[in-house]
Design a protein around this ligand. Structure first.
Ligand SMILES: [Zn+2]
Length: 104
């Protein structure tokens, strides 16, 4: 009997080097790495690089936030420091990252 966990796994016919044929489970594609703010794809991240120890862009929030969103965060932080923007005007999701920038 097939394990309940493996019932939904797609299978494909494969031939072994010994000449035997049989169904082998199809490998699932790893999900694409997405930006934490806008949900767009991240460049420089392989889909399999899910671990934080693997190589990723060395930018601020590299591997978490896309460069376009980092640019927006930098602008908002600078405007807040200059007094042109208030904390209430910045989206809450951005505020978390802006505070993390100030801690560095
Ligand atoms: Zn983004």
């Amino acid at each position: 009997m097939v394990a309940p966990k493996q019932r939904k796994i797609k299978k494909r016919m494969r031939k072994s080097p010994g000449g035997r044929t049989g169904f082998k489970p199809k490998e699932e594609k790893a999900a694409k790495r997405l930006c934490a703010l806008c949900g767009g794809g991240l460049h420089g991240m392989s889909p399999k690089a899910s671990k934080k120890t693997q190589k990723r862009p060395e930018r601020v929030f590299g591997g978490v936030v896309c460069p376009q969103c980092v640019m927006i965060l930098m602008k908002e932080r600078t405007r807040m420091q200059a007094g042109f923007l208030k904390e209430q005007d910045v989206p809450l999701t951005h505020l978390y990252y802006i505070r993390a920038l100030e801690r560095k």
